[in-house]
Design a protein around this ligand. Structure first.
Ligand SMILES: Cc1cc2nc3c(=O)[nH]c(=O)nc-3n(C[C@H](O)[C@H](O)[C@H](O)COP(=O)(O)O)c2cc1C
Length: 188
């Protein structure tokens, strides 16, 4: 069984992030072809990058980095859930990514994003650049939630519909397929 992680990429009080992150996590959990873990960067609470050496050297000194490396090293694929901040990704997500290198290598990643008109598309385009440098395989399939704040109920909950669910399941189909194939490739 391959293992994926959904990474909730905003730590802001009152963040919307937890809604799409939980939603895609619950959809992923319904599948019997993957194990899925929810990683909340708010709970992880990593400091700003404070390793003496660059992550590509793989010589981690801090206990929080060693623990994070173990968590990510055990996974075979990822869903990054990101807001768009100033036409880019959330810094807390980039910080968590930057901490490691080999643990991300040759693993697929897809994205759920949200924001105003662009639905976080610009954040995801920038994350794709980071993924390339980390030898990750960024998948085309993604879920975008443009102007999400116009689609909240009275309790402030986003009304996920058929369209979003279809996009998420397509994302999960691709992610599970490539997660399994790349795991075999890495092991050989
Ligand atoms: C510093 C900052 C910059 C933002 N820049 C953008 C932006 O460039 N494009 C966009 O669509 N939304 C932008 N937003 C709106 C966020 O996408 C929106 O507030 C979202 O809810 C933030 O995610 P979060 O609630 O999970 O933290 C920005 C928000 C903040 C706080």
């Amino acid at each position: 069984m391959t293992k994926i992680a959904v990474i909730a990429g905003s730590v802001r009080p009152g963040r919307f992030n937890i809604q799409p992150a939980t939603w895609v996590y619950e959809l992923a959990k319904k599948r019997d072809d993957i194990e899925v873990e929810f990683i909340d960067l708010q709970e992880l609470d990593l400091p700003f990058y404070n390793e003496p050496k660059p992550a590509m050297m793989g010589d981690y000194e801090q206990e929080h980095t060693k623990a994070w490396a173990k968590t990510i090293g055990e996974k075979d694929g990822f869903i990054f859930v990101t807001p768009e901040y100033n036409h880019s990704y959330s810094p807390v997500l980039a910080n968590a990514i930057n901490y490691l290198n080999a643990e991300w290598n040759y693993k697929p990643v897809s994205f759920v994003s949200y924001g105003s008109q662009a639905g976080g598309a610009r954040a995801v385009e920038h994350l794709r650049g980071i993924a390339g440098e980390l030898r990750m395989f960024d998948l085309r399939e993604q879920v975008l939630l443009p102007n999400y704040y116009f689609n909240l109920d009275e309790q402030g909950q986003f009304k996920f519909g058929e369209q979003e669910e279809k996009a998420a399941n397509t994302l999960l189909d691709e992610l599970t397929t490539w997660t399994a194939k790349l795991k075999v490739a890495r092991e050989s």
